[in-house]
Design a protein around this ligand. Structure first.
Ligand code: SF4
Ligand code: SF4
Length: 289
C-alpha cells in the first residue's frame, strides 16, 4: 500500500470512533444504530487495512481511538487490530463482551488498554433484554482480575430503569464500576434525550444547514463521515481512512438533511473530561447570499 499522509486530529476534537463492523450478535430494541433509515455499508476493511488507517492518526494522550460497532469483536481480526495499533495511540473499546475472554486475556496486554482517565477503557454495555447479568458480571470480574480497566454501562431505558438501577447496586457491591447512560431515542411515541437543536432528530423536515463536527467517525469500510446519521444512513462519506491523500478538513459542511440527525450527534452530553454541556456537532443556519 502507498504511504498514507498523517491525519492530524484538531485540538478541539473530542472523539475518534472506528466502527470495525456495524453487525452485532445482539438485537436490542432501542439500538441507536437503527434510529434512522438503515443504510450502512457492510463492507469491512481487513485487519491490516484498519491498522494502516488508524496508525496514520496523530492524536493526544487524552483522545484515544475507540474501537466500537455494532460489536467490534465480530471483526475477524479484532485482536490483531488491537495488538498492532501504534503505542502512541491510546485505545478504548465499547463492547457487549459476548466474546471469548480467555482468548482475549491470553493475547492482549492489559496495560495496552489502560490510561489515566475518569472512566474505564473497556466499556461494557449491559442490555437486560438480551443478556443475563450474572454471567456478565463474572466475565467482567475475570477481566478485572487479569488487570484490565473495565466497567459496565447500563442504558436508563424507561422500561428498564428498575432493573438497571438494581444491576448497578449489585455490581458496585462486587467491586465493579457501573454507570448509567441516558436513553436516547423513541419509546412509546416520545423522544428521549436533551438535544441542542430543536427538531433535529424528529425526522419531520429536511432543512439545509452548515454543520461542523468534533469527531472522527470511520465506518466499517474506512469511510469517514460528517456524523453518525450519515454513517448509519449510508450517505456519501467525506473521505476514507485508507485513501493515501485523505486530509481531515475542520470545516463547516453544507448538509441538506438537518432534521434527520442522530441523537448521538446533537445530544447535550459530557465531553472526554466528563464536563457536561458538550455537543458533537455545531450547526448554523445557511445565510442567504
Ligand atoms: S449490543 Fe449495542 S450495538 Fe448490539 S444491538 Fe445492542 S445496543 Fe445495538
Ligand atoms: S445537520 Fe445533522 S444530519 Fe446533517 S451533518 Fe449535521 S448532524 Fe449530520
Amino acid at each position: 500500500m502507498k504511504e498514507l499522509k498523517p491525519i492530524i486530529i484538531p485540538e478541539h476534537y473530542n472523539y475518534i470512533a472506528t466502527f470495525l463492523t456495524l453487525a452485532c450478535n445482539l438485537k436490542c430494541s432501542y439500538c441507536i444504530n437503527h434510529f434512522g433509515k438503515d443504510g450502512f455499508v457492510n463492507k469491512r476493511l481487513s485487519g491490516e487495512e484498519w491498522v494502516q488507517g488508524i496508525n496514520r492518526i496523530k492524536s493526544r494522550y487524552d483522545l484515544p481511538i475507540t474501537l466500537q460497532g455494532g460489536e467490534p469483536s465480530l471483526h475477524k481480526d479484532f485482536i490483531y487490530i488491537l495488538n498492532n495499533i501504534k503505542p502512541e495511540l491510546n485505545i478504548d473499546i465499547l463492547t457487549n463482551l459476548q466474546f471469548d475472554i480467555n482468548e482475549f486475556i491470553a493475547k492482549v496486554d492489559p496495560n495496552r488498554i489502560k490510561r489515566n482517565a475518569p472512566y474505564a477503557s473497556i466499556r461494557v454495555s449491559y442490555h437486560p433484554e438480551q443478556m443475563e447479568l450474572l454471567p456478565l458480571v463474572e466475565k467482567v470480574l475475570r477481566m478485572q482480575d487479569a488487570g484490565f480497566s473495565i466497567g459496565i454501562w447500563g442504558v436508563l431505558h424507561p422500561s428498564q430503569e428498575d432493573v438497571i438501577r438494581k444491576a448497578q447496586e449489585y455490581c458496585q457491591g462486587r467491586g465493579i464500576d457501573f454507570r448509567f447512560k441516558e436513553f436516547l431515542g423513541e419509546y412509546d411515541g416520545k423522544l428521549y434525550g436533551t438535544f441542542k437543536y430543536e427538531g433535529s432528530c424528529d425526522r419531520k423536515f429536511e432543512k439545509k444547514v452548515l454543520c461542523k463536527t468534533t469527531e472522527l467517525i470511520a465506518g466499517s469500510d474506512g469511510s469517514i463521515y460528517r456524523c453518525h446519521s450519515d454513517l448509519y444512513e449510508g450517505r456519501t462519506p467525506v473521505g476514507n481512512l485508507i485513501d493515501p491523500n485523505f486530509e481531515l478538513e475542520d470545516i463547516y459542511r453544507v448538509c441538506e438533511v438537518f432534521g434527520h440527525c442522530n441523537p448521538c450527534d446533537v445530544k447535550v452530553k459530557t465531553n472526554r473530561f466528563q464536563q457536561y454541556g458538550h455537543t458533537s456537532v455545531d450547526i448554523k443556519e445557511v445565510t442567504p447570499a
